[in-house]
Design a protein around this ligand. Sequence first.
Ligand code: PLP
Length: 465
Amino acid sequence: MVSTYPVKVQPSGYQYLSIVDVSPNQQLLPLSAKVIDHDFLEIGGCDVKTLVQQFGSPLYILDELTVRTACQQYRDAFNKYYKGHSQVLYASKAWNCLAVCAIVASEGLGIDVVSGGELYTALTAGMSPDKIYLHGNNKSHHELMFAVETGCTIVVDNWYELKTLVAILLEQDEQDQAKKIRIMLRLTPGIECHTHEYIRTGHLDSKFGFDPNDLPEVFSFVSQQSRLHCVGVHAHIGSQIFERQPHRDLAAVMVQWLREAKQYNLELAELNVGGGLGIKYTESDDPPSIEEWSRAICEVVQNVCAEENLPLPKLLCEPGRSLIATGGVTAYTIGSTKTIPDIRTYVTIDGGMSDNPRPITYQSVYRAVVANKMSAPLTETVTLAGKHCESGDILIKNVQLPKTEPGDVLVVMTTGAYNYSMASNYNRLPRPAAVLVANGEANLILQRETYQDIIRQDCLPERLK
Ligand code: PLP
């Protein structure tokens, strides 16, 4: 049977910055994707093949409409379904750079950062420190100092960090001794969910967060620290989750922590349920919509608080993948092909595990289209190989494509999350450029690395010259 791509073409004339009536995490292509002149993929009003000619290959392309729509859907759902205050944070590990931080800030979101580098980027992009939350299970002394100086909230992960933080505060000058530092406590909720073991974090055997059995001791310790203002609790159970029940269970468990804290005179007013909503990477993935997921959490927190007679906490969540993944695609240029009769055909692109390490790390599955042959019949089943010196550098196994030739532009979909942010220079490949597209305009948001960039940090000792 000859099939063609299941491309969802948007009605023409979409309105920039309007809320499109679909949840981005349930789509394969960015919301602004269209097929023009029968064959050509356009995103944000820009022809993808032309973008590659203009900005080079490989190229990360980010659709502003999709990202803003996801931000708005999260924000609006929490406003609609939660009677108390709420704040959606963007988990910027998914894709942290100035432009992305600036977009989410302009949509009213806060940000979750996990390192000094991410914190620095968020601040430079103009994110207000009172909307920044610093995570991490081994924050360095320097990172803690940086967070204290900027006034962001520190999500304390473990005893070592708690005690280091107290020591840092003791060392501060006298004039700073009156200042309180906002912290949250990250706890491991002991909730199992069905996702890849590397991206599962809420079960008890996790490197993240305090053991809930330590709760009395942690609350007691924190309540005695005059410089620490403990505002709430945080937990994150994992990523790429399709079920709603684990997050419902999580929210219920977390409300109990708020109740327990009262025994230690801690009035915890914030509850952060983390991120984790899954996205559609393939046709068979069926995640709940952003609105459905948000509603489920809001309702549980409200119900359990009512049962326990507790005031509603400020409710936070911190999605990463579901906010940014679908807005991003990666465009590559097809090069060599190798056919092994009766076994398989390898079609090779000009990138691979250095710009998208997820297939080799998590066995993640992606879908791809040929941007200049969108209506051609899908007659070939091929394995898309990367160009790295590694047999495992396979981007997609057994993908259905039209007949391709060198120079065709292959687009891998849903690469906005954990691609650029996990990219490396393996084999000394320069990292690709990234462009933000909207309304027919493409703006560079990350420059392509050069060979000079590749050796920038190298040092050649005198005696080797
Ligand atoms: N919050 C924390 C603490 C995380 O570790 C992660 C992902 O690893 C996220 C939020 C974002 O998760 P996701 O991208 O699945 O929404």
